[in-house]
Each structure stands twice: as structure tokens, then as C-alpha cells.
Design a protein around this ligand. Sequence first.
Ligand SMILES: *Cc1c(COP(=O)(O)O)cnc(C)c1O
Length: 356
Amino acid sequence: MTYPKLKLDYNKLKDNVATMKQRCLDGGISTLAGVTKVFSADPRMAQAYVEGGVDFLADSRIQNIKKLQDFPVPKILLRIPMLSEVEDVVKYADYSLNSELETLRALNEAAKKQDKTHKVVLMADLGDLREGFFKEEDFYEAVEEVLGLEGLYLAGIGVNLTCYGAVIPKPEILNQLNIYKEEIKARYDHDLEIVSGGNSSSVYLVGKEDLPGINNLRLGEALVLGTESAYAQNIEGLNQDAWTLEAQIIECKEKPSVPTADELGLDAFGHEPSFVDRGIRMRAIIGLGKQDIDTENMIPLDPDVIILGGSSDHIIIDVTDAKKDYKVGDILSFRLSYGGILSLCTSEFVEKEVVK
Ligand SMILES: *Cc1c(COP(=O)(O)O)cnc(C)c1O
């Protein structure tokens, strides 16, 4: 047994994908891209997406896309490519999201060199102010450019919301994509394969609102955690408990709750700490630290313990009020937020176990 350990219940993730896929279909959304970045595209976990029925695997990082090569499912690079990576983008990703003419031209050159046609999804910025063409004339200029480049194929258009600007997707906002789609058909007689209406913040609209033209969503959080990100609600019928973090207690002792010195400086991260005096308490230290996860991204499964804080390699937990009599070697378990899973999966110090 190695700790700390992040455990994934494979069937819970697979079932989330299958349920979400069916809801998308029922709501008129014909394809689903499963976003793998939260688990660093671990192929054992991506397998659950594929078995659950995703139509695409999508990730922001080309290193992650490379790990997915063995799956017979088309891959989408989500982050706008860097000029320095266009060769790899063409080599490993079937599609990429784009918003810069210069990058599109570089992708075209790379594709021609590799004797490939690279599929492009042009991003529209509909107010969230992250990636995408903000002005309509710039958007159409890019459409025309891509249609004229022989190494590229204009596969689709898309939008990303609720990431930077926290804009909540509404049918009237997403309708702009439909306008673009219809206009591209009218002006250039070109049909789009993908009209991608966003991420897990668009899920609350599925099956409730008419979303003309939208035929794809790119989902990470909704599949992994069973939550939607417009209003931070649980999605009914999905599992919210597919992931569990387990950490081992390395010290467990009674100590005061306020440091015992007259003068206090700054903590390990340069912050001035504050303490509540609860008297003498039983304090457990687990072998896990802020290098692996921010303490606000983990929720103890034992409702009677309190996370006090931590430093890069230690997290301190008040176990005084727990019904269980914790001692060295015992395991404490936690639920995780999206950011928690993301950082644990990135840490090489955390064991990842897929339980089938
Ligand atoms: C991360 C990402 C997604 C998935 O977001 P979730 O909120 O996890 O569903 C979709 N599209 C893009 C462009 C992304 O970067």
C-alpha cells in the first residue's frame, strides 16, 4: 500500500459519461467531447470516457493528447496552440481550437509538410474574454482564411464561457453560434461538423432549453464530479463520489491550538497565520502537503475532523472530536473539488488507483 492515494471508482465515472451522453442526445446534442485534463489524460481513466460513449477525447495540453494515441477516438486540442507546438498538434491531435490567423497559417504549413489535413474549430468570444474572435468581421476573416488553406479543414466553431469572465451561458448568447453557422452556409456553402456550445457550465441548459445549431459540448467537470459549473449544482442522476483521496497519519499528538511563543513571524508560504484558541487538541499530521493539493480543495469524509492547515509536505487535522480514536498509520479519506483532482493528478507523489 502506498499513500497518499487518489482512488477512482471506474464504473461511477463510466456511468456518469453514459448518462450524460444520453441526456445530450435527448437534448439534441449529437456529440460529446470528454475532457481529460483534470486527470492528466491517464489512459486508465480515459478508458472510462471511451467505454461510457464519448465521441472525442479533448485536452488542453499536447503532452496529454500524446498519452491518448492508442484510443480509436478523435482527439481535440482545447487550448489555442502555441506557435512552437504546431508540428506536434498536427501529428497528435485531429482537431484544434483556434483564434489566431498566424497560428492557423503555421498549422497549415505543418499539415502540408506531414501530408495531412488538420481539422480546425474556430472560437468565438461571446463575452467571457478568454480565447476567441471577439469581433464578427475578424471571425469571418478567419473563416475565409481557413477555407482557403489546403492543409486545414474548417470542421467547426465553438465558444468557451464561465472560465475567465464567469459569463453564464444563455440561449440568446449561444444563438450567436447558430447565426455564424447559418451565415457560413449562406456565404460559403460550407457545412460545419461541430458547433460546440461550451463546457460544464452549459449542462444546465441541456434538455431544458432549445439550443438551435448547437450539436456538441466539451465536458470535464460534469463527467468527473457530476456537477455543473454555471450554478455549482449536483447533476441529478450522476455520481458525485467517484473520487476519494486517502492519506496516512504520520504523527498524532495532543498540543495547544495556538503556537507557544511571544513573537510569531510568517508561515512557510510567507503569510501571517491566525489561530483560534480551542485549548489542548488532538492533532494528526498526514503525509500530504500543499505541493500536492490546496487544503480548501479537500473535504474530510469524517464529519468530525477539521483541516487546520498545512505546509508544502504536511497537512494538520484536528481529530479531537472524532468518534474514531485516530493513531499513527490510520488513513483519513477525503472528497475532492475539481481543483483538488487536478492538482493531485499532476503530483508525482500521489499514487493513482483505478478500482473496477
Ligand atoms: C477545460 C475546458 C473544457 C472543459 O471544462 P469543464 O468545465 O471541466 O467541463 C472545455 N473547453 C475548453 C476550451 C477547456 O479549456
